[in-house]
Design a binder for this molecule. Structure first.
Ligand code: ZN
Length: 147
């Protein structure tokens, strides 16, 4: 099981590593942590390894072993080391999720696939019935508009 989890997480990003998982009914929470020791400031581009804080960000992902999956990403924010920079601190970003998004890009892609030719209500119902993800019709609608 540990091997499967590690494999699954490394396929998502080389910047994170698997730490542990927890099954809660029909859901699974997979905890991962950032492997980065530094990141670049989005404003001035300067690399910083000065840690600001660490926090957990929850991101829904594709189902794992038939269970709805939430990644709990233990990530970091760094302090910009340039005193004149307008950004004092910044969170690291990952390729698999848009900034501030609540779902991975690959889950959004699957939702868009399921909602082709279906109403948003129907698509949300299918995803709930099949145990794919907890998304409402509004989420499906906004993804359909993005296409
Ligand atoms: Zn900066």
């Amino acid at each position: 099981m540990e091997d499967i989890m590690q494999e699954l997480i490394s396929s998502l990003s080389s910047d994170i590593e698997y730490t542990n998982y927890r099954v809660i009914g029909d859901k699974i929470e997979i905890h991962v942590r950032s492997k980065r020791i530094h990141a670049n400031c989005p404003v001035c581009g300067t690399q910083s390894s000065k840690l600001d804080t660490t926090y957990a960000r929850k991101v829904q992902d594709l189902p794992t072993l038939d269970k709805k999956t939430t990644l709990v990403v233990h990530m970091q924010s760094f302090k910009c080391i340039i005193p004149e920079c307008s950004r004092k601190a910044f969170a690291e970003e990952f390729d698999f999720v848009e900034p501030r998004a609540k779902r991975t890009k690959r889950l959004d892609k699957m939702i868009m696939g399921i909602s082709i030719g279906a109403s948003a209500v129907k698509a949300a119902e299918i995803m709930k019935a099949e145990g794919i993800a907890e998304v409402g019709k509004d989420t499906v609608l906004s993804l359909q508009k993005k296409k």
